[in-house]
Design a protein around this ligand. Structure first.
Ligand code: PFF
Length: 447
């Protein structure tokens, strides 16, 4: 979200929608489905759900709580809160890693946003009508193989993000996005309905919900945890910033539950829409980041009214991506503005160009730089892995440890509206279960 005057949300509903607007994005549809496909299906889904409930919920509440107390940008909020609670200023570090993570994520998020824009246009001109899985796969690979095509769409997407963020306020776009969220859900339901007609719905449900526990490795758990952070916009300072606009009367726990349920339902619907198409066309679920781009056009290209539905779908996906992307650029811009005293336009342009440049490196990893690797990963995968598996969980861990161990206990209990009994349960969750969960996953993965 672009910078708000340090005002407050007009209502709880406005806040829920704004937080859900940041949470619901490419992560729910594009990233969730390909992660499920790459990590063997149901076991991943169930671990992901556990991470959302046991780690995501408390961290979301912790980030909002820190934000509401600090009333500033994430870095200064952390510095102030640390000082007020007599803790070292080094806690500011988690504000910094958050801003860094948002910057890095936006670079490759924009590349995928560009794909979505490209497919919106493709739907208008009927590129996918009557396509077979081969022809649609070829179109997708053709796009990846062409640096110029990818560059053009990445640039277009980033230009939109910069244009919106530079204007400082996103009111128009936000209200549009709010209207679009229900539309996106309806379209997902239509796609799930289409999935049922393919005759492979049961197979998809099995794939997503009947776990083969032997497939669970430390890597799968780390991926599931990374996905939980990514999809809930945690570990990036974004929710800290959102919390700073919250009024005292909002109940953080019930609000977090609402946002999380919305976000999770959309991801699960996406899976139920996509996997029947995968199985009915003999495609492989582990196709990687291209999964929705080779499955959904197939469905749209072959269903009644598919051209219009396809257009609506990719348009909505682009919008969901844009509302999330705006919130990803904001921390960098706010930092440049406040720390270097730059005018907003200059700050946005500098931040936008820097992100764009890194995005160019990410998109070249699909073609010209395909053989270049960092720690065995191409640049795109490296950026995704570094952020989702490391920076986000570590920053989130920092937030929850800070909230659980450094803030005054009694004020937290009152703020969260707990009686003594519930508060003990909450304390066990935030002090031990959630942090130890994150730490265990790391240690297992690193060993
Ligand atoms: N949660 C968004 C998604 O699932 O697409 C991605 C995202 C947006 C992450 C905004 C972080 C953020 F601050």
């Amino acid at each position: 979200m672009a910078k708000l005057a340090h005002a407050q949300w007009s209502s709880r509903m406005a806040f829920v929608l704004a937080a859900a607007g940041s949470a619901v994005g490419l992560g729910n549809i594009w990233r969730f489905s390909y992660m499920v496909g790459e990590n063997g299906g149901a076991a991943f889904v169930l671990v992901y759900l556990a991470c959302v409930a046991l780690v995501g919920l408390p961290i979301l509440v912790a980030e909002w709580m820190i934000g509401r107390r600090g009333q500033k940008n994430p870095i200064d909020t952390m510095a102030d809160q640390a000082r007020q609670n007599g803790k070292p200023a080094a806690w500011m570090g988690i504000g910094i890693t958050g801003v860094l993570a948002a910057f890095l994520i936006l670079s490759f998020y924009s590349v995928i946003g560009g794909w979505s824009l490209n497919y919106t246009l493709g739907s208008v001109i009927g590129t996918f009508s009557g396509g077979s899985s081969e022809s649609i796969g070829e179109q997708f690979n053709g796009m990846l193989a062409s640096p110029i095509t990818l560059l053009g769409w990445h640039t277009a997407f980033m230009a939109l993000v910069v244009a919106i963020v530079a204007r400082g306020v996103t009111k128009g776009l936000e209200s549009a996005a709010r209207a679009m969220m229900p539309a996106l859900v309806i379209l997902m339901l239509i796609l799930v309905g289409y999935g049922i007609t393919t005759g492979h719905f049961g197979e998809a449900v099995d794939f997503m919900f009947s776990p083969d526990w032997s497939a669970v490795s430390g890597g799968v758990v780390l991926s599931a945890m990374g996905q939980a952070f990514f999809t809930l916009s945690l570990g990036m300072g974004i929710m800290v910033a959102y919390g700073s606009y919250l009024g005292e009367e909002i109940n953080l726990i019930s609000t977090a539950r609402t946002v999380i349920i919305l976000d999770t339902v959309i991801a699960l619907l996406a899976g139920l829409a996509i996997f029947p198409i995968v199985f009915s066309n003999g495609l492989s679920p582990d196709a990687g980041p291209g999964l929705i781009f080779v499955t959904l056009p197939l469905a749209f290209g072959n269903m009644a009214g598919g051209t219009v539905l396809g257009l609506m779908f990719f348009l909505l996906l682009t919008f969901a991506a844009l509302t999330s992307a705006i919130s990803l650029l904001e921390p960098t811009v706010a930092l440049l503005e406040e720390r270097l005293s730059l005018p907003r336009l200059t700050a946005t342009l500098i931040g936008g160009i820097a992100v764009w440049l890194l995005g160019v490196a990410a998109l070249l990893s699909f073609n010209v730089w395909a053989d270049f690797s960092l720690f065995g990963l191409n640049i795109f995968d490296f950026l995704d892995t570094l952020t989702a598996k490391f920076l986000l969980p570590l920053t989130g861990l920092g937030s929850i440890v800070f909230a659980a161990w450094c803030l005054d206990k009694e004020s937290v209990r009152q703020e969260l509206g707990f009686d003594v009994y519930d508060f003990s349960a909450w304390n066990i969750l935030v002090k031990y279960i959630a942090p130890l969960g994150v730490i265990t996953v790391f240690v297992t993965e690193l060993m």
